[in-house]
Design a binder for this molecule. Structure first.
Ligand SMILES: *Cc1c(COP(=O)(O)O)cnc(C)c1O
Length: 401
């Protein structure tokens, strides 16, 4: 069993559901049905000559689990084939994936343009971390294509966005932003966590790099952290290979195994969670205690046409604003009996988040207001419970708001 064995198991001709179950499997001499978990740091060699050849890259095979590992290779291969990418690398967390994809290709003097509306830690990387190393960044209103165009400079190397955005579920025009980036000689990196690989394929829309927090829907059962970067072979060879080997943001083989098994049920879970989210959105849309509801699958979403064009379905998330601000939102959250209060998403358990005091607490009130994250805003992540139990629970809790 070797790295080259993983790449031979191409299932590209099959539909995503089939790829999620079979892609990348490396079967050992024992013929196990379920993929094996290789909990090993390192590898032994038949001879000193073989060891030398392995280090020279002349003998295919594993060297050290910071570089690669059979269980990690199976997870990576399954993600690569699901996404339809040329290549990919896994990481210990979603933030390790974002930080590596954004930082590794850059040097002092480069410039990055990113959408303002994004996961709090991603915004920290772009807004606070990069400038400390001499990499300038400009944040734009991601919905405004003119702002992207005007922000481009001769030294702009990367553009970065997430869509739908966290937590306000705006949908950004990936094809048009990719075109603007490419015209300026820059690459587009897309954080596809909220859309999931089931509903959106940024590479097919023109993006160059896709990143995931596998912690979310890919695990989907709240067990472990992980991340993934998908791109061309050239991007990885040129920018990631050495950076990742030497700096070590590696995924653990145990977590890779959990995530690999999570992928087998990803399509089934995401479809069920999306159906539930759509039902919750429809049930709450005109609720008297809610001033605004946003769901990418509804006809009243501000970018409904774009959703149809670039996504295969809405989302597993719903955003809504409880009338009466923070106090009312807290009363509603505290009254829930089925959905649980958490900052996570994509889980089998439905989770509710108050972004202003958690994921986006670090931002100034002005920055939050600019993003539409009001004190009453709540993010709902649909789980796998019966939709009617969730709707009844939310309606009862809103009565307490
Ligand atoms: C959670 C999340 C991340 C970070 O992932 P971790 O696995 O928690 O490090 C990045 N981007 C988005 C959109 C996320 O939701």
């Amino acid at each position: 069993m070797s790295e080259s064995a993983a790449s031979k198991s191409s299932t590209a001709r099959y539909r995503p559901e089939t790829r999620l179950v079979h892609s990348g499997t490396l079967r050992s001499q024992f013929g196990e049905t379920s993929e094996a978990m290789f909990l090993t740091q390192g590898y032994v060699y038949d001879s000193a000559e073989q060891c030398e050849a392995r280090f020279k890259g002349e003998d295919p095979g594993y060297i050290y689990s910071r570089y690669s590992n059979p269980t990690i290779a199976m997870f990576e291969r399954r993600m690569i084939e699901l996404e339809g990418a040329e290549a990919g690398r896994s990481t210990a967390t979603g933030m390790a994936a974002v930080t590596t994809a954004v930082l590794a290709p850059l040097k002092a003097g480069d410039h990055v343009v990113a959408s303002k509306a994004m996961f709090g830690s991603c915004r920290y990387v772009v807004e606070d971390l990069l400038p400390r190393y001499g990499i300038a960044s400009t944040l734009v209103d991601g919905l405004d294509l003119d702002q992207w165009k005007k922000a481009m400079r001769p030294n702009t190397r990367s553009c970065f966005l997430e869509s739908p955005t966290n937590p306000t579920l705006d949908v950004l025009d990936i094809s048009s932003i990719a075109e603007i980036a490419h015209q300026a000689g820059a690459r587009l990196i897309v954080d596809n966590v909220f859309a999931t690989p089931i509903w959106q394929s940024p590479l097919a829309l023109g993006a160059d790099v896709v990143v995931y927090s596998a912690t979310k829907h890919i695990d989907g059962q709240g067990r472990c952290l992980g991340g993934m970067i998908l791109s061309s072979e050239a991007f990885i060879a040129e920018h990631l290979h050495n950076f990742m080997r030497q700096t070590g943001p590696s995924l653990s083989p145990f977590n890779a195994w959990v995530l690999l098994k999570g992928l087998e049920t990803l399509a089934v879970r995401v479809r069920a969670q999306t159906d539930t989210a759509a039902k919750v959105a429809d049930a709450l849309a005109r609720h008297p205690k809610i001033s605004r509801l946003i769901y990418p699958g509804r006809a009243d979403h501000p970018q409904a046409d774009l959703v149809k064009k670039q996504m295969r379905a809405g989302s597993t998330l719903v955003g809504f604003e409880v009338k009466g601000g923070k106090a009312a939102a807290f009363r509603c959250l505290n009254a829930l009996k089925v959905s649980r209060i958490s900052n996570n998403l994509g889980d089998a358990k439905s989770l509710v988040t108050h972004p202003a005091t958690t994921t986006h607490q670090r931002l100034t009130p002005e920055a939050r207001a600019e993003l539409g994250i009001s004190e009453g805003f709540v993010r709902f992540s649909a789980g796998l419970e019966h939709p009617d139990d969730l709707i009844e629970d939310l309606q009862a809790a809103l009565e307490q708001a």
